[in-house]
Design a protein around this ligand. Structure first.
Ligand code: G6P
Length: 362
């Protein structure tokens, strides 16, 4: 049928969509360039970014995890304070808003009811909103003042993959262009750095056998799995855990390395898989300290590091990219490991139980 044709030779949409990521990233870089090959964002959006004294990112699920990473781009590069909120909680715990807030809604589908409820609320208060979405003409796009498109192509698998990396890419471009418009010198060329990321993604997508081995080695029979990281690696770990639980039904949680000792370490048993991310130089030693702590309690650690930071104990070394952009690369093995874990456990990869691609009820 038609869906088979769209899947081509792929057994699942999820695998196809994982593989599309290098291409999507190149397409985004192209789409956001002007005739002079410089990164470019619509003037109205840039003006709104520059007027804002604080940005409020609102989203759900994977898009929320993209927001956590996006906050780092915007704060570090464009020097605008950012808060990131889960949409369903926003109205109960409405933060005291700054004088000139700008709201950014991140939503693959542009239809998520929880996010839309917040959009309606902030529009009523008279604030400006920007939607970052994969779907032109979607509800959140129509109802916001501005839209930035992901250009990722339709995402069919319930577990989001290419939309997440597309969201990170668009957020990085938004942050970098805003920084430049403020006269802030970033000391790197984002177009070039994203091209390096796309190549690194390709290397990872070509290394599926290793990912399958890791899934078999660590996740074939386990009941649970923990992801640890510090700084942005923590946020990527949250996304890795979400992927794994969504499609393999393994109880998976992401934790900040430093928080382990405050509770979670009590859960470590013999052979508990702990996937540790080490892509950030300033926390490399401390995350490795965490790995030693869990290993001493019987855990089965799987360290995924970035080239330049690796040691002999690492299970997988990612190709080197600009450290700030490491999440775009580090998430790919996590997506693939989740995919193979779900496959080995005979789960319905593209349509996991109890989940919907777009949730239009609050
Ligand atoms: C659903 C999907 C998730 C997604 C979330 C937000 O729960 O199953 O994969 O991350 O909605 O979706 P959105 O379309 O707003 O990004």
């Amino acid at each position: 049928d038609a869906s088979d044709i769209e899947k081509g030779t792929y057994p699942h949409y999820m695998l196809k969509e994982i593989d599309e990521q290098p291409l999507v990233l190149r397409k985004i870089t192209q789409r956001y360039q002007n005739e002079a090959n410089e990164l470019h964002i619509d003037d109205h959006i840039l003006a709104a970014m520059n007027e804002a004294d604080r940005i409020y990112i609102v989203a759900c699920g994977t898009s929320y995890h993209a927001g956590l990473v996006g906050k780092q781009f915007i704060e570090k590069w464009a020097k605008i304070p950012v808060e990131v909120h889960v949409a369903s909680e926003f109205s109960y715990n409405m933060p005291i808003l700054s004088e000139k807030p700008l709201f950014i809604f991140i939503s693959q589908s542009g239809e998520t009811a929880d996010s839309r409820a917040v959009l309606v609320q902030v529009k009523e208060l008279g604030y400006k909103a920007l939607t970052i979405t994969n779907v032109p003409g979607s509800t959140l796009s129509r109802e916001a003042d501005y839209t930035l498109l992901l250009h990722a192509g339709p995402e069919i698998a319930v577990a989001s993959t290419k939309a997440y990396t597309a969201q990170l890419a668009v957020l990085s471009i938004l942050a970098a262009v805003t920084a430049t418009s403020k006269g802030i010198n970033l000391e790197f060329d984002l177009v070039q750095e994203l091209a390096i990321v796309a190549n690194a993604m390709e290397v990872l997508c070509d290394d599926k056998e290793t990912m399958e081995d890791i899934a078999r080695e660590y996740l074939a029979t386990t009941r649970n799995c923990f992801f640890i990281g510090r700084s942005v690696d923590f946020y990527v770990g949250l996304e890795g855990a979400l992927k794994l639980k969504e499609i393999s039904y393994i109880q998976a949680e992401g934790f900040a390395g430093g928080e382990l000792k405050h509770g979670t370490i009590a859960l470590i048993e013999n052979n508990t898989p702990v996937i540790a991310l080490a892509t950030q130089e300033h926390v490399n030693l401390s995350i490795r300290g965490n790995v030693k702590e869990v290993a001493a309690r019987g855990a089965n650690p799987c360290i995924i590091s970035m080239k330049g930071l690796e040691t002999e104990e690492d299970r997988y070394v990612l190709p080197e990219v600009n450290e700030a952009l490491a999440p775009l690369v580090a998430v790919i093995p996590l997506q693939l490991i989740s995919y193979y874990a779900a496959l080995h456990r005979d789960c319905d990869v593209d349509k996991p139980r109890n989940l919907a691609k777009s949730v239009t009820v609050e």
